[in-house]
Design a protein around this ligand. Sequence first.
Ligand code: ADP
Length: 386
Amino acid sequence: MLVLVINSGSSSLKYQVRDVAAGTVLTDGLIEKIGMGNGGGGDGEIEGPRDHAEALEQVDAAIHAELGDRELGAVGHRVVHGGERFAEPVLVDNEITRAIERLNPLAPLHNPANVLGIRAITRKWPKMPQVAVFDTAFHRTLPEHAWRYAVPDELYTNHGIRRYGFHGTSNEYVARRSAALLDLPVEEFDGVIAHLGNGASVTAIRGGRSVDTSMGFTPLEGLVMGTRSGDLDPSILVFLGRAGWSPEDIDTMLNRESGLKGLAGNNDMRSVVEASESGDDKATMALAVASYRLAKYIGGYHVAVGGARALVFTAGIGENSHQFRTQVADRLGALGIELDGGLNRGRSKEPRVISTPSSAIPVLVVPTDEERAIAEATAAVVSSSR
Ligand code: ADP
């Protein structure tokens, strides 16, 4: 089956056409500046589609040539927030679309854009099966003691304030591939997965299920990220509010000006590592804060899973930065973790072990592929609904 995978943002639309059985990508692309232009072309006109429907026309035109006489079998949407309702991918209909829309307050930047993408497809191809794959769904197995914040119950019952977790699609995929590399059924996989990209989170997996994860009500909680602070004392926000900062000021500071950017002046791990290697003290400190935070979580999650049997690195930093992996592993001596220098520095697109034979547990690098996971989930839902 050919599946069009759509990741619809408020002003961008990322797409990929995949042949699920062959595991290949036929074509992919990114439409940007949606809603910022007026169609482009003429004098003084700004380029960029007017809306998501117009962006979809551009996608259709772009993929047409690649498809030849083959037809799309389904569309899979990456949907950020599935709230408490969605524990797995679902076939989209009007009721599901409205349910996703009702979750808008929980993900005000993301879910409305996802709904625009779904509605654009519904209008253009009314008969096309569409599947929503939720970034939160894999974490629906979190036990209550892990998802509760210790605040009055009313915040949960009236506002849905609890921990949800994100990066679920990636975690589910990486857990499966890690178990396969270790020759285990995924139901027997107990481990810790560190998904380290621009957004970063770490997840505790017990018996193949998520039992804790570092992102919470929003993707802000947890690790030090490219531009997000991760954990801090909530009183800081109260303090800043009293000092005259608006909610928007605080939001911008925590989500866009913090993390590696706040500490080192650069949100890109490669640049921070290079700066540190050429003697930049702030970059060195940023790496220390980020690796220390992650190591603390790994220690905690080792306990949460009842003794991790593997530590897995994935996503841009996790897959590529041997320097950051080394800094994290150096802090995990108490767990008996030991990296093999040569294996750690090696490169491959395949899942691999980077620890020594005497390491207490294997350390793996397992490339993630969210689009592939979404395409596979979409094909599975559509096939089983027939
Ligand atoms: P996103 O969350 O946007 O999907 P990615 O998974 O692409 O992010 O990860 C982006 C991060 O990966 C950036 O911090 C980037 O510097 C880092 N990264 C990518 N390639 C390398 C590399 N070769 N060495 C170190 N860091 C890398």
